[in-house]
Structure formats: C-alpha cells, structure tokens
Design a protein around this ligand. Structure first.
Ligand code: IVH
Length: 707
C-alpha cells in the first residue's frame, strides 16, 4: 500500500476536509434532526460544495461517513421508521442564477436524447420549487394509511398522525384510484400563517411559558410542526400541501389511469382532490424555461409562500424513462435556484441613524454580502427592543435577509457554539470578541439633543427638530423629492455637502443659493451647478398638495395633503383651521389634526412658509370644496346584531362619513340603535330607555338624507 505523505497535499487539504466534515455534520444535524438550523441554506450549500471539490481533488480522503456520501437526515428516533417503496429522489441543482441555468439543462437533455438543432423544442413542465419538506402519502384502496418524510431517501419517518391534521390533504380518495397509490409533494407553511404563529410564540414567551421559541422561517416552522410529537400541537400550526409527483403505484390492468405526460398526471391528482399549484405550466424549449424563471422570480415575494427556485421537468413520461437516473437524481429534472435571500456576514458596527422626523434607528453595518440579488452593507435593527431581543452585537456573525424591495434586516445571530452541538476535541473554535448589548443613546448621535422615547412607543426620537443637521438633510430631501416639489438632481450626496458646508440651514436657503457657492462644492462641475439652479427655478411652480406634503408634517402623507388642499383650497385656510375644522376633512382624524396644528403653531414653521412664498414658490389656489351636507352630524349610533348586507365596519364607516358618531354602548344620549339579526342586550336596553331603533333600510334612508 502506498504511504501517503500528508505534507504533499497542497493547501492544507487534510485539516480543511476534517474541519469541513465536522462542521457539515453539525449543521446537518441541526437542520434535519432538530429542525433548527443556525446558518442559511446558501451557506450550507457553499460548505457542501467546498467539501465536494476537496474530495474530488483528493478521492483517497473520502470517508464512508462523509456528508457527501449520503442524503438528508437521520430519523430522530421518536417516530417509527418507514422504508420507502420507491426511494425519494433529490433533484440536481442549478445554482447559476442566470438564463444559462435553464439553457444548460435544455442543452444537456437534447444531447442525451441525441437531438440536433433541426429537432423541435423539448416539451417541459415548469413548477415552483416549494420551500418546505418533501412528503410521501400512501393510500391503500383510496384511504390514507401512511405519511412519511423523506429522511435519507430510503428510510423516512412515519408522521401520519400529524399529516392527518392538514385539511388540504385528502384522507379518502375516489373509488377509481389505483389500489396502491403514493402521492409525493411538499408540505409547507404559508407566510401569513407563519407570521401569525410567530406572533403567538412571542406572546407565549412574553407570558413566561417555558420551552417556547420563535421560528427562523416558514420551512423550519413547517418541519417542526410535521415532526412535533404531540399531534395536538401540530394541529395548531397550520400547514399546506402541494402535490408534484408519484411514488409507488400499482395500476389496475383494466381501466386504471395510464399517464403519458407529467402534466396529465398532475391534472389527475388535482381531480382526485390534491392541491396542485396554479403556477405549474407547460414550456417549450429553453426560451420558455427562461421566461418562466424570470416571471416567477419577479412574483416570488407576492406568492404568499416561500419558493427558492423553479423546477424543470421533461413532460413526456416515456422520455423520462429513457433519460433515467444518475445515482439518486433523475436526469429529466433540474432545480434552478433563485438568488439566496438569506446570507451570513459579520457585524462591523452598530450605528444609529436619524430620520426626517427625528426617529432613531439602530443599523448594523455589515461586511459586504451579496443577498437577494444586491450587495448589502447595512441592515436595519428596527428599534432598541428589536436589537436587544435579537442580541446583535459588534463582531457577531449574523443571518441577513433581503426579500424583494424590503429593507435588508438581521434575522438572527449565529453563535459559535450553535454550529457544533457538542464540543469536538482539538477543534476549539476561537471565541470571537462580542461587543456589549446594544443600548440606544439618550442623546441624538448627530446633534446631541435629548433623545426621548414616549410611553407606549417603540422609537426614540431626537428632540432637536431642524436644529439637528440629520433631520435638516432629511427634511430637504423630502421637500425636493419627485412626489413633493421636485428639484431634479438634488440627491443625498449634494444635500449632505450643502448642509455640512453650512450653505443651507432652512428650506428657503435652497432658493437663495448662488452659483458660486454651489460651484465651490466638492466635485461640482459648473454645468451641474447650473443644472441644479435651473431645477430649483423650475420647482417654484408647484401645486398646493405637493407643497404641503413637502413640508414634512408628521402624519401628513401625499393622500392627506391632497384631501386638505381639495377641502380648504388655500394654504392660509389650512394654516388657520382649528383641530375641529381640520377633522371635517376625510382622512383627517384627531392625530393628524393635532399634528397639523402643532406644526403651524410653531412660529419658525410659519416663517419658513412665508419665506418660501417670498422666494417665488407659487401654486394655483382654489375655493374650498362645497361643504357636503352632513345628514348625521351630531348624532350618535350604536350597532348591534348582524345587518343583512352591511358589515359592521362598513356601516360604521358610512355613518362616520355622513358626520355621525358610532359608540359601543347604549345610553340616554344615544340617538339611534341600528339593530340586525340576533341583536341582544343592546336592543333591550334601547327599548328600555326609549331610544329610537332602526334597521338597515332605515339607516340607509338616513344616510341618503331622509328624515
Ligand atoms: S420533484 C424526482 N418538484 O425539492 C424529483 N421537487 O431535491 C422529485 N421540491 O426536497 C422531486 N418543489 O421536496 C419536485 N415542484 C417540485 C418541488 C420539489 C420542491 C423539493 C422536494 C425535495 C427537493 C428535491
């Protein structure tokens, strides 16, 4: 036997392989056995591929127990083992997130089938790659007798009890089905169900219930529910199912279903009562696969459930048989992944940012990481409580998530001891330096004014107002944005410079800028300075809603600004209106009215408005909108019972829109009780007190202005 000289190996391959295997074993254990992974899937995949590469370079170092030599998880032990009649396969994964991912698959299939360019496009089926867990449902004579997890593909776990709690899974099938039928598909948890579950878990934790935890993502929550030992608890964790294929089937010779295509098979499954995704389509050739990848990718965040890619399958079952398998993977299918939405990185610092309204937001500064299709260097920690709950500290390794256009956020911290459940001799990981637990500073980090957190609020706010340069910058950017007065080319870099250089302190200063002051700024070419001045000039012709929105009054968004302008017609009328008058505007409640009044009561704010007008800002002013007749003003209503056509909330909204008020209990001051079916004690009370009683028709007549 040749002796192996370890020192001949390049790149420290030996220790690397051992270390990698240990780490992968530990992560696989957390993922498959404990349903509690501590690193994102993409990180696990990366480590796995690294090990595969190393082992390919040094085949003599492959050990039988290497994670690359088996698929998936070892059963927990508490569930009975199930040997799958037909192994549950995995799919080859295409991690190339470009069109080439689909094109390579198509090219490979054509090559394997010996097709030339002259041959027609291949008939494929494209499906979402559901991010849940694979399940095999066994029906004997149409009755669900067993549900099993995939396990290692050969041996799974019997989770029938828990699967029976999933309403979407038929317990009994039509009489026409084959005597033995295994339906395979994905058990998953919808995002809304996941959010509700985590909310309940947070409440349980807050109430001091022991052993409760929140879940990292819907997939783990689903896996946890499926492998929950108490079916009663499993039943409280709402799961869903999509069918995507078959396992063992014994066909009856006469009259049994014989399928020619994968799509026909799915159609039959659907007719038998199995949920089949609406997003499954037939696709011809690489072009349509690419189009599908792009379409589903664009819709990914609006689907209501997680997918991590799409799956392409050859539609013809005859061709599938011809293509066959390589080890555990069929040649006729491939999974084409989307860019990962969760990645690992390190926290370099935790900064506190000051928003336009003074809100202080803790932000984790991160080592740059490519996640959700972009490079991310900042992730919000939302507020002090969140930052402390997640216990994010400088130096930590964290999971960052970015989905769609949502601001990137830190999901959780990955602590070194969670990577390896048991300390392994000789591999003591270096304990990284962790910073202190986050606390919000009690002064603004920018202007040093007091930062305050009001009772019942999650946020701290800087009390510096426009004295705070951070708030000033944000206020100017808000005013100059496209939806407000729109000053083209006035971006954050420029505003930052102008405020820092002290050439702008208040909004009117913008319109007093001279060419020289602008051109003297760093990296400001004469042409650009000229452009900014022209854009400022152009912005002077605006509209009342844009101007009002641009002032950045708290709680006054675009829609409210429009309503105010329509209602009052003139800015002076709005500035002088009392809270009561303001509240007659649709959309304006006590909070918005108070905020408007507070803003215009500050003399500095009134001056800013006057100066802007003096600088030449103008907008067309109109007459106030005719005050709508308010047929129900001054009247109070109590709603009770079920109305024939109006929902409770609709009736309330209609009454309020007509000037009336809706209260919860009946008193002598109540003007009317509106009673529907099953009205109870409130109706009795009304009769007792002699309060007028209306039905829905009566209410509608009053709303129309009748007596
Ligand atoms: S087909 C022969 N279709 O992906 C292929 N699998 O490695 C058998 N998955 O954990 C699987 N969506 O649970 C197939 N539309 C889909 C799928 C899908 C998700 C999962 C499956 C398994 C993994 C395959």
């Amino acid at each position: 036997m040749p002796t192996r000289d370890l020192f001949d190996l390049p790149d420290d391959a030996v220790p690397d392989i051992a270390q990698l295997r240990l780490s992968l074993h530990a992560h696989a254990h957390r993922y498959y056995v404990l349903d509690d992974p501590s690193i994102p899937d993409a990180e696990y995949d990366r480590l796995f591929r690294q090990l595969q590469t190393l082992e390919a370079q040094h085949p003599e170092l492959v050990t039988p127990d290497s994670p690359t030599q088996r698929v998936g998880g070892k059963p927990l032990g508490q569930f009975a083992q199930v040997r799958h009649a037909l192994p549950m396969l995995s799919i080859r994964t295409e991690t190339d997130t470009q069109a080439s991912g689909a094109q390579n698959f198509d090219a490979r299939i054509r090559r394997e089938l010996g097709l030339t360019d002259a041959d027609p496009a291949i008939d494929f089926v494209a499906e979402p790659k559901f991010d849940g867990l694979a399940m095999s449902l066994r029906y004997v004579h149409g009755v669900l007798v067993q549900a099993a997890t995939r396990g290692d593909g050969e041996l799974g776990e019997d989770v029938t009890q828990n699967i029976r709690t999933i309403g979407q899974i038929p317990l009994k099938l039509p009489a026409s089905v084959p005597p033995v039928l295994e339906v395979r598909g994905e058990v998953y948890m919808r995002r809304d169900h996941f959010d509700a579950l985590n909310e309940r878990q947070r409440q349980r934790i807050a109430a001091g219930e022991r052993g409760e935890k929140t879940f990292v993502n819907p997939r783990n929550a689903a896996a946890g529910a499926v492998r929950q030992l108490d079916p009663a608890i499993a039943a409280q964790r709402p799961l869903s199912f999509f069918a995507y294929g078959l396992g063992e089937v014994t066909l009856v010779h006469e009259g049994g279903p014989v399928w020619v295509t994968h799509l026909a098979l799915l159609t039959t499954l659907k007719s038998w009562g199995f949920p089949v995704s609406e997003l499954v389509v037939q696709a011809q050739g690489a072009t349509e696969l690419v189009a599908y990848y792009d379409t589903i990718g664009a819709r990914r965040d609006t689907l209501g459930f997680d997918i991590d890619g799409v799956v392409y399958k050859v539609n013809s079952l005859a061709l599938q048989r011809r293509l066959g398998f390589v080890t555990r993977e069929p040649r006729w299918a491939v999974a084409h992944k989307f860019p990962a939405q969760e990645m690992l990185t390190t926290v370099l610092a935790i900064d506190v940012q000051v928003g336009r309204t003074g809100k202080l937001t803790p932000v984790a500064k991160l080592a740059p990481v490519f996640v959700g299709g972009v490079t991310v260097t900042n992730a919000t920690l939302h507020n002090e409580d969140e930052a402390r709950r997640k216990d994010v500290r400088v130096g930590d390794t964290v999971i960052v998530r970015r989905a769609g256009d949502v601001i990137p956020e830190v999901v959780s911290v990955v602590l070194p001891d969670t990577a390896c459940p048991e300390p392994i001799e000789g591999t003591d990981l270096l304990e990284p330096q962790r910073g202190p637990l986050f606390t919000m500073p009690h002064v603004c980090p920018v202007c040093a004014s007091l930062a305050m957190r009001e009772e019942g609020e999650a946020d701290y706010r800087c009390t510096g107002g426009l004295f705070c340069s951070a708030q000033r910058k944000q206020a100017i950017l808000h005013f100059a944005q496209r939806r407000a007065v729109e000053v083209e080319g006035l971006g954050d870099k420029l505003v930052e410079q102008m405020v820092d250089a002290g050439i702008i302190r208040t909004l009117p200063d913008l319109y007093r800028l001279g060419f020289t002051a602008l051109a003297n700024l760093d990296r400001m070419a004469e042409k650009s300075a000229q452009n900014v001045l022209e854009a400022l000039q152009k912005s002077k012709q605006t509209t009342l809603p844009r101007f009002l929105f641009g002032l950045g009054i708290r709680h006054v968004g675009e829609a409210t600004a429009k309503e105010l302008a329509r209602h009052f017609g003139k800015l002076d009328a709005i500035m002088q209106a009392t809270e009561e008058q303001l509240q007659t505007v649709a959309d304006v409640g006590p909070i918005v009215a108070r905020s408007l009044r507070a803003f215009f009561d500050v003399s500095h704010n009134r001056e800013v408005v006057e100066q802007l007008r003096a600088c030449g800002l103008t907008w067309p002013e109109g007459d106030p909108a005719p005050v709508l007749a308010q047929p129900l003003s001054g009247k109070t209503f109590v709603l009770t019972g079920t109305l024939p056509s109006l929902e409770r909330e609709q009736a309330k909204a209609l009454i309020e829109a007509a000037g009336g008020k809706v209260v919860g209990s009946v008193s002598k001051k109540t003007s009317f009780v509106v009673a529907g079916a099953q009205a109870g004690s409130k109706l009795e009370k009304a009769q007792e007190l002699g309060v007028a009683i209306l039905d829905e028709t009566g209410l509608k007549e009053m709303l129309d202005g009748g007596a």
